[in-house]
Design a protein around this ligand. Structure first.
Ligand SMILES: [Fe+2]
Ligand SMILES: [Fe+2]
Length: 187
């Protein structure tokens, strides 16, 4: 099939596939860290995140394939498995989301430079998705910091009652204000 995509675009999207699969496995590692700590709600939160990242990688591969480009399924980058605290694990997750946001922006820059309107349209979904990803991870980190490492059962209770979306509701009720989609990064 004729490819609708220029080589630079295919290469950069294939490059992002590495990042999304790595993110997925990093979240699996964090989920099992919380399993080992007997914090099942936090574990569940990260299992769900891992599934989402897997879907992101598949979405990118499907796009390349559909547009007639050559997909490359990569080996992932190293994954961190040792964490001293919940805060450390969730900080890593937030940094990962911020890094991915920069990478998506860079992909968009390449699509614009190549006058690739199809890819621009496709990537806009990822641009929007990163707002949610950074926002929810930033909120979870704030909830964990507020509870403290000795009181992670409060975080569990809170996640059990509210789920992922509840992170944002909780913060809105407790003085954050300004709606549930803040981009406020705590460092
Ligand atoms: Fe992602
Ligand atoms: Fe993500």
């Amino acid at each position: 099939m004729t490819s609708l995509l220029k080589p630079a675009v295919v290469d950069s999207i294939n490059g992002q596939v590495i990042e999304e699969f790595t993110a997925s496995l990093q979240y699996v590692a964090i989920a099992f860290h919380f399993e080992a700590e007997t914090l099942p709600e936090l574990a569940q939160f990260f299992h769900a995140q891992a599934n989402e990242e897997h879907q992101h990688a598949m979405k990118l591969l499907n796009y390349i394939s559909e547009a007639g480009g050559k997909t490359v399924v990569p080996a992932t980058k190293p994954v961190k498995n040792e964490f001293e605290t919940a805060e450390e694990a969730i900080s890593l997750a937030l940094h990962q989301e911020i890094k991915v946001t920069e990478q998506i922006n860079h992909l968009m820059d390449i699509a614009i430079k190549e006058n690739d309107h199809l890819t621009r349209h496709f990537l806009q979904w990822f641009v929007n998705e990163q707002l949610e990803e950074v926002s929810s991870m930033s909120d979870l980190l704030r909830v964990v910091k507020r509870a403290g490492e000795a009181n992670l059962l409060l975080v569990e209770d809170y996640l059990a009652r509210n789920g992922r979306g509840g992170v944002e509701d909780y913060l809105a009720r407790n003085g954050r204000g300004g709606g549930s989609r803040s981009m406020d990064i705590p460092f």
